[in-house]
Design a protein around this ligand. Sequence first.
Ligand SMILES: Nc1ncnc2c1ncn2[C@@H]1O[C@H](COP(=O)(O)OP(=O)(O)O)[C@@H](O)[C@H]1O
Ligand SMILES: [Mg+2]
Length: 337
Amino acid sequence: MSQKPVVEVKNLKVHFPIHGGIISKKVGTVKAVDGVSFSIGRREIVGLVGESGCGKTTVGRAMINILHHVAPDVEISGEILYHFGDETIDFGKLTSHEVRKYRSRVQMIFQDPYASLNPRMTVKQIVEEPLKLHTKKTESERRNTVINLLEKVGLQAVHADRFPHEFSGGQRQRVGIARALATNPDLIICDEPVSALDVSIQAQVINLMMDIQKEFDVSFLFIAHDLSVVEHISDQIAVMYLGNLMEFGPAKQVYHHPKHPYSTALLSAVPIPDPDKKNRKRIVLEGDVPTPINKPSGCSFRTRCPVVEESCSESTPVLEEIDLKHWVSCPIVTEKQ
Ligand SMILES: Nc1ncnc2c1ncn2[C@@H]1O[C@H](COP(=O)(O)OP(=O)(O)O)[C@@H](O)[C@H]1O
Ligand SMILES: [Mg+2]
């Protein structure tokens, strides 16, 4: 088994042009993702967190190369290197036709379990679809696989012939997980998979994902805006703000000893039951998130940063390794180490 990471994202930029006027001239650019680098190891769960609008979904979509479907004129640069066995493939460089060949290796689970399952298909048809596309299994083999997968995600064979509307949100997300697992992928990208579910159901779905990660040889990118969800499930946490990664490192370290002022502020808002930390001061960030159309020069967080210095407007910080596998994008913090 190769010890290379499943995927390495290098300096990924995703810019959406804005057109205006009668001749639809380019009048600006939404810098949704603006130089993001990180990697996901084998059987690893990486949590990607940040406030709404910071570019998390766009990173996920770029990683499965579906952005051109959503925005045909999108400008993408950087590398998305997947290591499948001995093969290294840059997903960003593939045409949508070529990417089909590898579609079975990387799957995505979406936020809204009500919108992401075709209401006219039975659960069997939904879970079977990737098997039809990517395998040569016979009808009866496919049925067996579907039933096996349903049982793995806590559903039963009797559910196979029912339609999505007969299920609760949590059960639908289980169907989505079964479908994602059908082709035995290397990586599953989950875009806020539990945000639309009741809190009591969220824990069940998260526990299921953790069981699956242990049982199947699969890695996860787990996108969430809620840090308490991510702490539980992740090996590594990446903290994103306005198109950039501010911090990336081992989950326990980032969660308990955040280094970047943005991570510290984001975490100070998470209620924690630990009595020793009850008195932790909540940091309230001043002002709103600037738009990705007019990003501040230099560090994008500087307009809200509690430790900002004059130099922060001059150059854009890059991630620096301050501890083993713990990266921070803030010269003020790294100089103090
Ligand atoms: N297809 C698109 N066209 C133009 N702008 C987009 C498109 N998709 C996302 N954006 C913009 O990119 C930024 C990041 O969005 P998104 O990746 O959805 O953030 P998140 O998932 O963190 O909430 C936002 O400002 C959003 O408005
Ligand atoms: Mg999103």
